[in-house]
Design a protein. Structure first.
Ligand SMILES: NC(=O)c1ccc[n+]([C@@H]2O[C@H](COP(=O)([O-])OP(=O)(O)OC[C@H]3O[C@@H](n4cnc5c(N)ncnc54)[C@H](O)[C@@H]3O)[C@@H](O)[C@H]2O)c1
Ligand SMILES: N[C@H](CO)Cc1c[nH]c[nH+]1
Ligand SMILES: [Zn+2]
Length: 437
């Protein structure tokens, strides 16, 4: 892992470090464009073919139905079932707390405005399943979708080869199947990658077209989501995982190393960044990373991600926060004694973990916050998934005669200023109308 001195970093070098430029996006973009085109042209046939090409799975059918999901879910170990139930309760309670009734506002006497929420009727949820199947993402997406009241919830997740599944599980794992049963999802499409995004964006013979696609994924998934935005809404670019740890001299190097490795093990293109005011903490953390890496089952993946990552030595916590805000991490961990004082300085981050006892893993699975979060710097403009993301806010206004008399001239003048006479007339005609009553 390279170590940089913040004071030595030029503006362009900081921009380069924050760009996360790891692999050639052009190659991914051209491949994804071809995949989208094939799905649009060949529909289901393309989905069967891509399952074979990319997932090495020969599918008889593109989905698992409710009965099949129940059968697979029944094989879940009791302890895992209980853990999913607990995580679900926390996620549900936190996302329920986001629902808020809004009051009507009388902007001027006789002019009343308000907003009402309506659920997006058809949503598509993508559950990653390449290097790891993520049933936790199922909870993160389907729970707010249910709370919002979405009528049609389409779920896609890559088919799993039998090699990856204990006996008797067909094409997905019991944890994901149990989440489907828990959330009342009666069909899971066994489709992954860019092709899943294309299928939900354009529809195929089997996959219904949706109005908004949610969910994290690798570069193929995220590039595809970005590419179909002229056809369907998306939640945000939620690509390869990132964590940035800000550590002062009170931090524990073994905790920091564990947090960096937790995100590094997601994929070779994960980012695990350490920004510290203490050179000693950086040195000790790097030693700890080596110790912990050695015993990780996914050490090859994590090692590559660590090699693509870096540490920054900052003169003080202000410099550390400046770098973090420029990087705009998906996950920000404040491993500092006085983290409260840093909270107001946070401008750009997806989700924040405070203090030495709050590992990022708790947000990944069960604290209640949503782990579908903006990456690649998009935390500068996007929030993570929330219940609101599944709702549309429709605005309403009503004028009484008093309201029309109060606001009419203002609107006539503005319409005239824009040379839009018909706009002006729509008000004048009402102002001049003498009703019989
Ligand atoms: N930002 C977030 O909120 C968030 C949350 C969870 C996970 N993640 C990230 O999601 C990603 C999950 O990635 P994953 O790969 O494990 O699963 P994935 O489901 O995102 O992607 C797997 C699919 O990619 C396709 N694919 C694989 N290689 C391909 C190739 N060469 N060309 C075309 N398509 C190909 C296959 O169809 C496969 O089914 C990780 O990077 C993880 O860090 C992000
Ligand atoms: N850290 C991931 C988001 O980048 C979420 C996750 C799911 N399972 C484990 N981790
Ligand atoms: Zn994670």
């Amino acid at each position: 892992m390279k170590i940089y001195n913040y004071t030595d970093l030029s503006k362009s070098k900081i921009e380069e470090l924050c760009s996360r430029q790891i692999e050639d996006d052009k190659l991914v973009e051209s491949r994804v464009a071809d995949i989208i085109k094939s799905v649009k042209t060949d529909g289901d046939k393309a989905l069967f073919d891509f399952a074979k090409t990319f997932d090495k799975v020969e599918l008889e059918k593109l989905f698992l139905d409710g009965e099949e999901l129940k059968t697979i879910a029944a094989t879940i170990p009791a302890e895992a079932k209980k853990a999913i139930d607990i995580a679900y309760e926390n996620i549900k309670n936190f996302h329920l707390s986001q629902l808020n009734k809004e009051d009507k506002i009388e902007t001027m006497p006789g002019v009343v405005c308000w907003r009402e929420s309506r659920a997006i009727e058809k949503v598509g949820l993508y559950i990653p399943g390449g290097t790891a199947v993520l049933p936790s993402t199922f909870l993160m997406l389907a729970t707010p979708a249910r709370i919002a009241g979405c009528k049609e919830i389409i779920v896609c997740s890559p088919p799993q080869s039998d090699a990856r599944l204990p006996d008797g599980q067909g094409k997905t794992n019991c944890y994901l199947a149990y989440c489907a049963v828990l959330l009342g999802i009666e069909k899971v499409f066994l489709i992954g990658g860019a092709q899943a995004v294309a299928a939900m964006a354009f529809g195929t013979e089997s996959v219904p077209q949706v109005y908004k696609i949610f969910g994290p994924g690798n570069r193929y998934v995220t590039t595809a989501k970005t590419m179909v935005q002229n056809k369907v809404a998306i939640d945000m670019p939620a690509g390869p995982s990132e964590v940035l740890v800000i550590a002062d001299e009170t931090a524990n190097p073994s905790f920091i190393a564990a947090d960096l490795l937790a995100q590094a093990e997601h994929g070779t293109d994960s980012q695990a960044i350490l920004v510290s005011t203490s050179n000693h903490i950086i040195t000790e953390t790097l030693k700890e990373i080596d110790n912990q890496l050695a015993i990780l089952p996914r050490k090859d993946i994590a090692a590559k991600a660590i090699a693509n990552s870096y540490a920054v030595l900052a003169k003080n916590l202000d410099e550390a926060m400046q770098f973090s805000n420029e990087y705009a991490p998906e996950h920000l961990i404040l491993a500092t004694e006085n983290f409260e004082s840093l909270i107001p300085l946070i401008i750009n981050a997806g989700s924040v973990f405070l203090g030495n006892l709050t590992p990022e893993s708790v947000g990944d699975y069960a604290s209640g916050t949503n782990h579908t979060l903006p990456t690649s710097g998009f935390a500068k403009a996007y929030s993570g998934v929330s219940t609101d993301a599944f709702l549309k806010k429709i605005t309403f206004q009503h004028l009484s005669r008093e309201g029309l008399n109060n606001i009419g001239a203002t609107v006539e003048i503005l319409a005239a200023a824009e040379g839009l006479e018909a706009h002006k007339n729509a008000v004048s005609i009402r102002l001049n109308f003498e009703s019989e009553d």
